[in-house]
Design a protein around this ligand. Sequence first.
Ligand SMILES: [Mg+2]
Length: 386
Amino acid sequence: MLGDALFVIPERDCERVNKVDTSRKIVHIDMDAFFASVEQRDNPEYCGLPLVVGGNCARGVVAAASYEARQFGIRSAMAMQKALAKCPSLVVLPPRMETYKAVSLQIREIFQEYTDLVELLSLDEAFLDVTHNKKAIPSASWVAQQIRATIHERTGLTASAGVSFNKFLAKVASGMNKPNGFTLISPEQAPDFIAVLPIEKFFGVGKATADKMHRMGIATGADLLRYSLEELESAFGKAGRTYFHIARNNDLRPVNPDRERHSVGTEDTFEQDVRDRREISNRMAAIAHEVVRRMERSQFVGRTLTLKVKFADFRQITRSRTMDYPIREVDDIVAIAQQMFAGVTIPPKGVRLVGMTVSNVCRPGWTGWRQPMLPFFSECEPWTNT
Ligand SMILES: [Mg+2]
């Protein structure tokens, strides 16, 4: 399980435990199976069929899966070959990023009719702070439902919404009744909600962290409450502080409309420490695929790749390389990472974690392009639409 290395609540956005702020009204909107739903909308013959968008080649990856495909156990970021093995009649379509971007823009315009405090997380997902919205609607639930209805009216697509008083709860809420769902978590409901929330649903908790928590007897938010800040920090580092505060509904992170991504990355904590160099290389390929998927989702391109390797004894090294061209292909990332990793000595007890991050953003005006931008999945053509 690949965790998001970026999710940590900064110290300044945590408050004293006895001062939980419940005054804000935060909405999280998440389009349902976005790329796949756009394809089903534009190709009605595919409605009701298991469909994925992604690269249909030996190393292709699922970028989005329709709900019909999910019933076969197909998920985004899964290898296309594995997806086809699960469902041989799967419809595989190449991504049409320009179309998805246009729809994303339509949705953004709807958000801005209500508030300028819109923080876009990706093409299909955003936080809105509607505490003081432009239409002076007192109920955040009402705002969320109006937005969902308007999205459906103007794009023919469905979105799910979550409403609460902080970002964490709003995001968890939007995922509760997907697709086409709506969930409100009020300040009164929040403590009971968090108490029974499985820790797997907490942001940033991947498989390895979840396993460790279970070994500590932590299965739910209520279990987290039994641990002190110091205990959680010593077990999980900075993320421990996040878990501590989330369990107390303490998340004062503002909805930040100016947020600009400076990097996109992910990391993989191995279930067991790995010593075999080839095994680590294989893991790197999977991480590179996920990094590319996330870059595509957030429309990010950068020139610097950073490799992080954490050893079994928690010692950590990083290596970076800056290229004179934008890094955006899986093969590029793997090749650069391998070169950097070749100079790393693996200690006898092995490697615990590998992470990769692309930074040093290439902005549209950047003149150093070695080659024109190509579609992300170009190496995968021709497409076969079964
Ligand atoms: Mg979505």
